[in-house]
Structures are given as C-alpha cells and as structure tokens.
Design a protein around this ligand. Structure first.
Ligand code: ZN
Length: 129
C-alpha cells in the first residue's frame, strides 16, 4: 500500500491527486488490475471529476455549500457536522481500473482529494490489486 500526505490550505478544497495515483501504479509494476484510492478521514472524501477547467471544482464546492447543511441545527459537539455530511455524500474512496500500467480515466477525468474541514494534513491510501 502507498500512503500519500495531502496538505490542504482551505476549509473546503479539492486537490488533484491523479499524478500521485499514476506514480503508485507505475511503482507497483502492475500492468492490469484494480487501484483503490481511500482516505481514512470522516470529514474528507475522494472523487473523480473534471480536471480540465479549474472552475468545475470551484462550482462543485459552491454547489455543496449551497445545499444548506450549515443552516441545520446539529447535536455533534465538535461543530463540524456539515463536514461529516459532505464526506459521506461524496464518499471516502474510488476504484480505478488499471490497464497497460495506467489508470483507465476519461479524457477530462482526474482523481481528487476533497477537504471539507481544513486546513489540515491528510492521508490517502492507494492499494493496487
Ligand atoms: Zn466531528
């Protein structure tokens, strides 16, 4: 398993980790298989989406913020229930098919680490099967 550390700088942020995933696959010498990208945090997530236009991730964060979670009254004492909700909504992992030593991604797809309670230093685990 490969561990990467992601340092976030904002409360809500999406960071493209596609290059790290490609490197982990390359380093594993796996030609065909499956790659699992997983983050062990309850206020972060992993997703795959467009990496061509940087406005897309900004719009995604704005869209999540507009869902109105912040206006709900929560019981959780830590005060970050909105972050927990966003984490479960997006999900903490993605699977990518490996073919000919590369992740099978669409032309405009990138793999993102999503921060919902930053800034923090986070971990992402990459497991090649
Ligand atoms: Zn919490």
């Amino acid at each position: 398993m490969t561990t990467i550390n992601v340092k976030t700088t904002h409360s809500n942020q999406m960071i493209d980790i596609t290059a790290d995933v490609r490197k982990a696959i390359r380093d594993s010498d796996t030609s065909d298989g499956l790659c699992i990208v997983y983050t062990p945090h309850t206020t972060a997530a992993i997703t795959i989406n467009e990496n061509a236009d940087p406005d897309v991730v900004t719009d995604m964060i704005d869209g999540l913020n507009s869902l109105g979670f912040k206006n709900l009254s929560f019981r959780h004492m830590e005060g970050n229930s909105e972050s927990h909700l966003k984490s479960s909504l997006i999900g903490c992992s993605e699977q990518v098919i490996i073919e000919s030593g590369s992740p099978v991604l669409g032309t405009w797809q990138g793999i993102y680490f999503c921060e919902f309670d930053g800034p923090r230093t986070r971990k992402v685990f990459i497991k090649i099967i």
